[in-house]
Ligand binder design. Structure first.
Ligand code: PRP
Length: 190
């Protein structure tokens, strides 16, 4: 199967396109302007922290639109679900390799906020490491799923409680390379 056929096959697994590539482009540009406005008068170093894996395409597009000096770091974190013994904690499998956070503005970039646990705990942790400021930017937000009190500083789009894939978001590690955000057909995962 060639590449084009693969992409077509993936698209057919969507029941609806939530954000087209053009809409994502407009959203990312709007977010970049808002972020520039926030940091334009800061004389501190701005570090974008990309949370792997899902936010990779969004962060790549966002950083190219930011007319600000910025540095790039990566983290990989996952939250333990509610109901487990360690509920409310996060597991860090890739951490920042720097301890100079006191003079730094951190901008944490995510693809989606769901229960809110990951960013709630991660922002607490980064503040405890004495970062000068910690803000968050997410492409997607599902406020109807929230389990903790968390509101992102920059949000691309609020979406309903659907199983979304594409533009970094996966089902069983697939579909991350779709150029749009779609709703997965229930028969694929049920
Ligand atoms: C997703 C997403 C956030 C988190 C949001 O990551 O990228 O990190 O879940 O969920 P929460 O608000 O309920 O904490 P995931 O664990 O699917 O990893 P991935 O990005 O590597 O796919």
């Amino acid at each position: 199967m060639n590449k084009k056929a693969c992409a077509f096959y993936d698209e057919r697994d969507c029941k609806q396109i939530l954000l087209s590539a053009e809409e994502i482009d407009r959203i990312t540009t709007r977010l970049a302007r808002a972020i520039e406005e926030t940091y334009k008068d800061s004389d501190r170093r701005l570090v974008m922290v990309v949370i792997l894996k899902g936010s990779m395409p969004f962060a790549a597009d966002l950083m190219k639109r930011l007319a600000l000096p910025l540095e790039l770091e990566f983290m990989k974190v996952s939250s333990y679900g509610a109901g487990t013994k360690t509920s409310g904690e996060i597991k860090i499998s890739l951490d920042l390799k720097r301890d100079d956070l006191q003079d730094i503005d951190l901008l944490v970039v995510e693809d989606i906020v769901d229960s809110g646990r990951t960013l709630f705990r991660l922002t607490q942790l980064l503040k405890n490491r004495n970062a000068h400021s910690v803000r968050t930017c997410t492409l997607l937000d599902k406020p109807s799923r929230r389990e903790v009190d968390f509101v992102p500083d920059f949000c691309g789009a609020t979406i309903p409680d659907e199983f979304v894939i594409g533009y970094g978001l996966d089902y069983d590690e697939k579909y991350r390379n779709l150029p749009f955000v779609g709703v997965l057909k229930p028969e694929i995962y049920s």
